[in-house]
Ligand binder design. Structure first.
Ligand code: AMP
Ligand code: MG
Length: 495
């Protein structure tokens, strides 16, 4: 398909059904701008199941016309493209940001009347690009596709990935790479940083409009509260507590939990230097730029609380006329976060251990398991998955000397609940995934796709990751931890 000077509108019926509520917000929140056309778009991956659930015709989109749409060369009917403005605390320092390489096409209303943002990532320069080229490389866009879909398969709230197209244009990073665009689907792209952007500008009217938009769009029941904005703060805290607990449950490390990468609705967003932990160690960091371990595995709950404090600050003028009272409300609320997190985390860990009842000693039972895993450098995912077999007294499933004593203590604990071992085993199998997107496997399939144009391994991996709680013999290679002699895995931000 040749490069287009002006973007045409796709008129054929592909199921697009846009309503662009974000474009009706105060115009300081965005810049209306079209994606920059690309030379030769070609579909690399298309998420057919997600197409169907959005009410889109996968057959019609699996075509040159689909490639044109997912590259921004052609606009779907009803789209109103814009780049969103936002700010953010990056590693603790405040910066004005915005979509520097993304365009929100609009909000697709599904047949179930749900609303989802459709965003192109890597779609060219915008007024927020600063020194960036507005583009993205194929490897990182496929990586976001794999990890976000894996998170969805694991049952963790996340943005989704609808398609990746190669652009037919190179992007210059450390070397010259193939350019690509990811189509991202999200309940919304509103971030803590979106609130910070308005708050910094002292734009009270904008702040109120954004908060009301968030209430309408994500939390309509809160509008009945005596103080809906306080309800909003509590609810966003609850969502983040639950989200970060789920990350910890599966060994996920986001890697760059800046406030601009924290979504208000509680989805995992902005897959950059993220990765899954193999051997259990709470100090694990993969990102090359996170020298201080600010966003290390075990530090994620603290950083979530730190980010939420920044969110609370932006809400002050909406919470109470009297600033002192407003500050008190935020302080009182934010102090509840550690307990919100602890409850979400512990109940998930109890399920992972097959516990239906509560005992006062459960927290130390969980902590001692983790300490034993750390001492034994045990693989986090495989050890937890093996517990379901170990519960049936088939202890060889778990040969970690540091855990021998712990094992009998836990088996005794299982017998003190009314539910039988079969029930415990089922709950454990449903909460301890057999599969995660292991770093070395992801690298392997990315290498085949980006270097050799061979997408079969990537598609096989995606299919397996869509049901990660099932244990299929053919997926055994995906369950192998990395070779102990392998270099420590590192991720990079220059995506
Ligand atoms: P991230 O680290 O991906 O969350 O991005 C931080 C900020 O940098 C966001 O405002 C992005 O839009 C922007 N950004 C990242 N990469 C590029 C790029 N290649 N061109 C323009 N802006 C970019
Ligand atoms: Mg970001």
């Amino acid at each position: 398909m040749a490069i287009t000077d002006t973007i045409s509108v796709a008129s054929s019926d592909m199921g697009w059904n846009f309503d662009n509520s974000y474009a009706r917000l105060p115009n300081s929140l965005y810049t209306l701008i079209d994606p920059v056309p690309v030379r030769e778009p070609r579909l690399a991956v298309l998420n057919r199941a997600l197409c169907e659930s959005l009410g889109l015709d996968a057959g019609a989109l699996d075509s040159d016309a689909g490639a044109a749409i997912f590259s921004g060369n052609m606009l779907p009917e009803g789209a109103q493209p814009l780049a969103q403005a936002y700010a953010g605390h990056q590693f603790g320092s405040f910066t004005m940001l915005g979509d520097g390489r993304a365009i929100l096409l609009g909000e697709q209303i599904t047949p179930q009347r749900e609303r989802f943002d459709i965003q192109l990532k890597g779609s060219g320069r915008t007024p927020f690009s600063r020194s960036g080229d507005g583009r993205a490389a194929l490897g990182p866009m496929l990586r976001e596709y794999i990890i976000s879909e894996a998170m969805h398969g694991l049952g963790i709230p996340t943005t989704r990935s609808l398609a990746v197209v190669v652009t037919g244009e190179p992007v210059q990073r450390e070397t010259s790479l193939q350019g690509a665009i990811l189509t991202r689907v999200a309940a919304s792209h509103i971030r803590v940083g979106t609130f910070e952007y308005l708050s910094t500008r002292g734009d009270l009217e904008g702040l109120q409009a954004l908060a009301d938009h968030v209430l309408d769009r994500h939390f309509p029941a809160l509008k009945e509260d005596a103080n809906p904005y306080l309800g909003l703060f509590h609810t966003v805290m609850q969502r983040q507590a639950s989200l970060v607990a789920k990350w910890l449950h599966v060994g996920f490390i986001h890697g760059v939990m800046n406030t601009d990468n924290m979504s208000i609705c509680g989805d995992t967003i902005d897959y950059g230097p993220c990765a899954f932990m193999d051997a259990y160690d709470p100090a694990t960091v993969f990102s090359s730029i996170d020298q201080g371990g600010r966003y290390a595995y075990g530090n994620q709950p603290h950083m979530a609380q730190w980010n939420l404090a920044r969110f609370g600050e932006t809400l002050l003028p909406l919470l109470h006329k009297d600033t002192h009272k407003a500050v008190e409300l935020v302080q009182e609320a934010i102090q509840t976060f550690p307990e919100l997190f602890r409850r979400a985390w512990l109940s998930g860990m109890q399920a992972k251990l097959g516990l239906f009842t509560q005992e006062p000693d459960d927290l130390s039972l969980v902590k001692d398991l983790l300490t034993g895993m750390q001492e034994g450098r045990a693989d986090y995912t495989n050890t937890l998955r093996a517990l379901a077999s170990a519960a049936m007294q088939r202890a060889p499933a778990l040969q970690i000397p540091a855990l021998t004593e712990w094992l009998s203590r836990w088996q005794a604990r299982l017998t003190r609940q009314p539910q039988d071992l079969d029930a415990a085993r089922s709950v454990m199998r449903a909460h301890n995934p057999a599969l995660i997107p292991r770093n070395h496997i992801v690298e392997e399939v990315l290498e085949k796709a980006t270097r050799h144009g061979d997408y079969a391994p990537l598609k096989r991996l995606l299919a397996a990751l869509s049901s990660p709680y099932e244990e299929r013999p053919e997926d055994a290679p995906y369950r192998q931890p990395p070779d102990p002699s392998a270099q420590p895995y590192q991720t990079f931000c220059g995506t």
